[in-house]
Design a protein around this ligand. Structure first.
Ligand code: ZN
Length: 301
């Protein structure tokens, strides 16, 4: 019988393809999608043909701007002790199977029987694992949208571990330093509201995500109102090396689009007083490469 600790550890220890600091959210997104299925008590195993399209959407919406392949995690997750993979036919697999191979050979995957049973038995364990996976791979501003897209419901998740409170303390200190560096104003729109002595709805964004190894330093921070923080983490806009706002040509909309995004395109952000706190070029590069969607109208030089 699998203990809760052992199960959580297996999920957190999944091996992630690494090349420098490139994002590879394939396995985390497949896991979240499948946890949603378990939560709805859907069958344990699923064919590749069934998950291909929803997984591609998740990768397109929440993965890096380059094209990501859903066949990769469907096969490779089997090496991590939580996933089962099988196919019909007498072939053997060398390297990574193609999507065509998975479809032609009726490939099937899903959590192992012991893992599935433990998750079905214990809904709060399922929520804890989903929450930890999210935290490990995505900034908090994206969590609710990923959950919605994966069909997962994490209401009533109570995870009060040492690691969680240590990271909250770390976040608070970072936020305080970035608030001061940017004089308590959103770097894009200047938003600044106080309730008594407390600034409201202002957040310190990491330019290079904490989840990708971005440091808690002022030159990797941007003070943004909650709206611009969300739009920035989703890659609806970035900043170029002249520190001008660059809105993605893929962002569009009606009410609010002009007001929150288009109006700022090409405008310089409000800079911190101290030059050493200005956004670092290497962090901007990472955001342009790994997060920013599409092209800017003022293409970065
Ligand atoms: Zn703002």
């Amino acid at each position: 019988m699998l203990s809760q600790q052992e199960l959580i550890k297996r999920f957190l220890d999944i091996r992630i393809w690494k090349r420098g600091d490139k994002r590879a959210p394939h396995k985390p997104l497949l896991i979240l999608f499948m946890l949603g299925r378990v939560q709805r008590k859907e069958p344990r195993l699923v064919t590749y043909a069934e998950v291909m399209e929803p997984l591609q959407w998740l990768l397109d919406d929440f993965g890096p701007p380059r094209r990501s392949s859903p066949e990769y995690p469907f096969y490779h997750l089997a090496g991590d002790g939580i996933w089962e993979f099988s196919f019909t036919g007498a072939h053997s697999i060398v390297g990574s199977p193609s999507a065509r191979f998975l479809l032609d050979n009726n490939a099937t995957g899903g959590f192992g029987a012991d893992v599935y049973a433990a998750l079905i038995d214990n809904p709060s364990l399922l929520r804890t694992i989903a929450f930890r996976i999210l935290n490990e791979h995505f900034p908090p501003s994206m969590h609710s949208e990923i959950l919605l897209a994966a069909g997962l419901n994490l209401d009533a998740v109570e995870v009060e571990t040492g690691a969680a409170s240590a990271s909250r303390l770390r976040d608070r200190k970072f936020r305080e330093r970035v608030l001061v560096a940017y004089s308590f104003k959103c770097a894009v729109c200047g938003f600044n509201v106080w309730l008594g002595r407390v600034p409201v709805a202002l957040e310190a964004a990491h330019i290079k995500w904490h989840q990708a190894g971005g440091p808690d330093q002022e030159d990797n921070g941007l003070l943004l109102c909650i709206m611009h923080h969300k739009l920035f983490d989703r890659g609806a806009f970035s900043i170029d090396h002249n520190l001008q706002v660059m809105v993605s040509d893929r962002a569009h909309g009606g009410e609010g689009f002009e007001q929150w995004l288009a109006n700022f395109d090409g405008r310089r952000i409000l800079l911190p007083d101290r030059p050493q706190y200005r956004p670092g070029d290497n962090y901007i590069d990472w955001h342009l490469r790994e997060v920013f969607r599409g092209q800017g109208k003022y293409a970065a030089g």
